[in-house]
Write a protein of this length. Structure first.
Length: 117
């Protein structure tokens, strides 16, 4: 299994931006921003949700939304408000919103096959 990173920008509701290096995590549902990033772009919690981790434990985190700008496109998406030591993750909801999928063989993002059925 390979590790894929992508550089992007996140923007908060007031227009503040930060550059972020994301770990592309096709196993994560929502994207996650470390605390320093989401505080810098002034995100506010909209709800609290429980998330299952790979080891089976459950954690609760606040969730907001922000604007993602990647080389392949840009869109609004939900985002988990992480803690100080959390790594920035790019999850499947954000990828699908942007119409992207991770190619596990080449470890690149590519356009997904869009269906209207």
């Amino acid at each position: 299994m390979g590790i894929t990173y992508i550089d992007g920008v996140v923007r908060g509701p007031g227009g503040k931006e930060r550059s972020v290096r994301f770990l592309v995590d096709s196993g994560a549902t929502y994207s996650l921003l470390p605390q320093a990033v989401w505080q810098a772009i002034e995100l506010a919690a909209r709800r609290r949700m429980a998330f299952s981790l790979a080891d089976g434990t459950t954690v609760e985190r606040e969730v907001s939304e922000c604007y993602f700008v990647l080389p392949q496109g840009e869109a609004h998406s939900p985002v988990i408000l992480g803690e100080p030591d959390d790594e920035a993750l790019l999850g499947t909801v954000t990828l699908e919103t942007l119409g992207l999928v991770l190619n596990p063989f080449k470890r690149t993002l590519q356009p997904m096959r869009m269906l209207l059925v």
